[in-house]
Design a protein around this ligand. Structure first.
Ligand SMILES: [Zn+2]
Length: 90
């Protein structure tokens, strides 16, 4: 995905790596499995610089914070599906 259109009308790019707008929401039920996968990679002496960022980035839904309005755009069903947006009430 190159450009993301927020409900406020702002269009911003996620092309930069690491992106200042992108985050991964890690569900609590996945933390132990994620931790174990990281420990396994360390024990195997794998390519940690590649494996650990991949494990973290794929541990849960991707979300973006709109730099204009602060809405959180959550892609719960995958990056190619519509997002749900959340706006702070206060
Ligand atoms: Zn916005």
């Amino acid at each position: 995905m190159a450009n993301i259109r927020c409900r406020c009308g702002n269009v911003f790019s996620d092309g930069r790596t690491p992106s200042p707008h992108e985050m991964t929401i890690v569900p609590d039920v996945r933390i132990e499995g994620l931790s174990n996968a990281i420990l396994d990679a360390i024990k195997r002496e794998g390519d940690l610089e590649a494996e650990i960022p991949f494990l973290l980035a794929t541990a849960g839904p991707t979300a973006y914070k709109c730099p204009r309005c602060g809405r959180l755009l959550v892609f719960e069903d995958g990056i190619d599906k519509p997002y749900k947006s959340y706006l702070a009430e206060t």
